[in-house]
Design a protein around this ligand. Structure first.
Ligand SMILES: CC(C)(COP(=O)(O)OP(=O)(O)OC[C@H]1O[C@@H](n2cnc3c(N)ncnc32)[C@H](O)[C@@H]1OP(=O)(O)O)[C@@H](O)C(=O)NCCC(=O)NCCS
Length: 220
């Protein structure tokens, strides 16, 4: 499913359950320590997805450990992103020469808990969500906005090493073509030879899931 919202030069793998036979590297096992079962499962299956996606790029299996502020550490020359939510896990990777950064996020297609939308959105975003809900009532657009922001952060952080608040990106979701734009409300540091003004991404809502993906191609 997630391949539908990623460009061809991004390799991805996903899982809708947790295979019992996923093998972890000792470093990954050590990291999990006494983690609860839910965390063990999502971590392990996401690592399985990551290694399948890496194999599609021709990259040998390697441990995928969390680095600075939880961002996954990929093998040299690779960029990527991981997501997991109830019933779904995925990883997306690309050669660094093909992509500067990737962010993917999956969420249940359910309304955000009370109070969350106000905390993660701007007034203009909330107005546009109302228009989306009127035009296409079958999707939880508040959750899609949240997911888009998570994807933006996952693409932003490896590029900049900086925090980005929910108020720092202004998201516009396009219903007609399944894309979204994120206008940055902060000045980004230079990355890949230029300064980012924003991100573009794609979204999908199907079978009870919402997923979003942001990719940052190299500057030409
Ligand atoms: C880190 C964060 C984005 C994770 O998103 P989530 O929806 O909670 O969880 P997901 O399952 O989709 O993603 C988890 C994965 O994100 C990745 N991740 C964690 N921190 C990350 C970071 N700083 N940069 C990039 N990826 C990160 C990890 O691979 C993690 O999986 P793992 O621990 O098994 O390796 C989220 O918890 C967070 O801190 N958000 C606040 C920042 C933000 O979203 N700002 C909005 C800017 S517009």
């Amino acid at each position: 499913m997630i391949e539908e919202i990623l460009p061809a030069r991004v390799a991805c793998a996903e899982a809708f359950g947790d295979p019992p036979d996923t093998v972890l590297f000792p470093e990954e096992e050590a990291l999990l320590g006494r983690a609860v079962e839910k965390r063990r499962r999502e971590f392990a299956t996401a690592r399985g997805c990551a290694r399948s996606a890496l194999a599609a790029l021709g990259v040998a299996p390697a441990p995928i450990l969390p680095g600075e502020r939880g961002a996954p550490c990929w093998p040299p020359g690779v960029v990527g992103s991981i997501t997991h939510c109830a019933g779904y896990r995925a990883a997306a990777v690309a050669r660094a020469r093909d992509m500067l950064s990737i962010g993917v996020d999956a969420e249940p297609d359910e309304d955000l808990p009370d109070g969350v939308l106000a905390a993660v959105s701007l007034p203009g975003e909330r107005a546009r969500l109302r228009d989306l809900a009127a035009a296409a009532p079958g999707t939880c657009w508040d959750r899609l906005l949240f997911s888009a922001k998570e994807s933006v952060y996952k693409a932003w952080f490896p590029l900049t090493g900086r925090w980005l608040g929910f108020e720092d990106a202004d998201i516009t979701v396009n219903l007609a073509d399944g894309t979204f734009g994120a206008r940055l409300r902060v000045t980004a540091p230079e990355a890949g030879g230029s300064r980012l003004a924003g991100f573009t991404g794609r979204w999908l809502a199907r079978d009870g899931l919402i997923m979003t993906a942001v990719t940052v191609p190299p500057r030409t």
